[in-house]
Design a protein around this ligand. Structure first.
Ligand code: ZN
Length: 411
């Protein structure tokens, strides 16, 4: 274990020690570290989660340092999903209208990737700045006119941005707060950067849905934390910030929340209702998470059984979506390239590489029509509608889709 991981003994948010096991997914490789060859040696690390009874944060039970996970080869490019781009553009339109943003405003996105979101501010004539640790996507952002700092966000980066550009009227952080090992330094950066009348919006998959819909493949080493509104409220309050509003997107990544955070408290009714509903569900208590491991085991067994039935019938299976969640699903369930022949992905940066652990080869999507496998396992089930509408030709020739969670089923 030369990457120097550590067992979690103190909560990543509040520092508390009253941690309760939620699920143990065994030992798996780092999900996004794609392999160049199938036989490339790879290390595995314990994968599981615990619940903090003090602040309600669900988090990894074993954590690797960020530099073991996020490097120049980190393969995610946002603009490859049309749905994600539409979602981002709509958010920017709403912010410009509701906050009255203009040429004197300043928008910052943390983990700005290839500029998929900030380019909408730039197009509207609003100064924008991205920050992202991956040079590849950052260069792509610069090409579409989005100034981007290559680096990690935190208190130090926030101070530099303030010194050079001033405070931000809008800060956006989508699908990044889960990826942060030094959580309080990261949120401290928000507190440093945010203008007095500014708004911070943070999006992340909702831990309630991960639990209730058995979305255990959301768990991987890159995701240190799994958030409820209560956990976000406690985290922000520690830095003098207030959770004032929340939006819910049930079809986004299996259920995503967008929290609106400001410097002064004026909480909306829907936000208070959401917090009350979490408490009423018992999400502040370990009991809410107690039977999760059993449900995960049932889902995994169901998938193994379904794939065994296909094999017995002489049917062929391929998979769609070489995202990290696919690696967790396959590796924690013990599914290899003897059962699923390969995985297809539209992302050209991933093609002809291999998913670590299960060593499925990643091929271009066009292979599906040449090969016409009988079943297509949707590892990227969070984009199921988009994928199925793109693959109408495959379906019209008799191909069928399998969605793995909450229980595997043919759709
Ligand atoms: Zn805690």
């Amino acid at each position: 274990m030369e990457s120097g991981g550590t067992q979690t003994t103190n909560c990543r948010s509040c520092g508390g020690t009253d941690l309760h096991p939620v699920v143990d997914l065994g030992s798996t490789p780092i999900a996004n570290a794609l392999l160049s060859t199938a036989d490339q040696p790879v290390d595995s690390y314990p994968l599981g989660t615990v619940f903090c009874a003090d602040c309600s944060l669900v988090q990894l039970s074993f954590a690797l340092p960020a530099d073991a996970i996020f490097d120049e080869d980190y393969p995610y490019f946002s603009s490859f999903s049309a749905a994600l781009c539409d979602h981002a553009a709509a958010h920017v339109d709403n912010l410009i209208a509701s906050r009255g943003l203009g040429p004197d405003s300043f928008a910052v996105e943390v983990a700005s990737n290839d500029g998929y979101l900030l380019r909408n501010f730039v197009a509207a004539g609003i100064p924008a700045l991205g920050i992202d640790p991956s040079p590849g996507p950052a260069a792509a952002a610069e090409e579409v006119g989005v100034p981007t700092i290559v680096g990690f966000f935190g208190t130090e980066a926030a101070n530099k941005i303030v010194a050079e550009h001033g405070h931000a009227h809008v800060i956006i952080a989508n699908n990044v707060m889960a990826h942060v090992p030094e959580l309080n330094d990261f949120v401290g950066g928000f507190a440093t950067l945010l203008a007095e009348d500014g708004v911070l919006t943070v999006e992340n998959p909702y831990v309630r849905d991960m639990i209730q819909h058995v979305e255990f493949d959301t768990i991987y080493h890159e995701h240190y934390c799994y958030y409820s509104c209560m956990a976000v409220e406690a985290l922000m309050a520690r830095h003098g910030l207030y959770l004032n509003d929340v939006e819910y997107f049930p079809d986004m990544h299996g259920g995503t929340l967008r929290w609106h955070i400001e410097r002064t408290p004026h909480r909306t009714t829907r936000c208070q209702d959401m917090l009350d509903a979490e408490r009423a569900l018992g999400m502040a208590e370990p009991g809410f998470y107690a039977d999760y491991a059993t449900k995960v085991t049932e889902c995994q067994q169901g998938l193994r059984d379904l794939l065994a039935t296909f094999a017995a019938e002489g049917k062929t299976v391929a998979a769609y979506g070489a995202a990290a969640k696919g690696a967790t699903l396959l590796n924690s369930t013990g599914i290899g390239n003897d059962v699923v022949r390969y995985v297809v992905d539209r992302n050209t940066h991933k093609q002809h590489k291999f998913i670590p652990g299960c060593t499925l080869e990643i091929r271009p999507v066009e292979v599906l029509l040449e090969d016409q496998p009988d079943y297509l396992l949707l590892l990227a089930w969070n984009f199921a509608d988009e994928i199925m509408s793109q693959q109408q030709e495959y379906a019209s020739r008799g191909g069928q889709f399998v969605v793995p969670v909450p229980m595997p089923r043919i759709v």
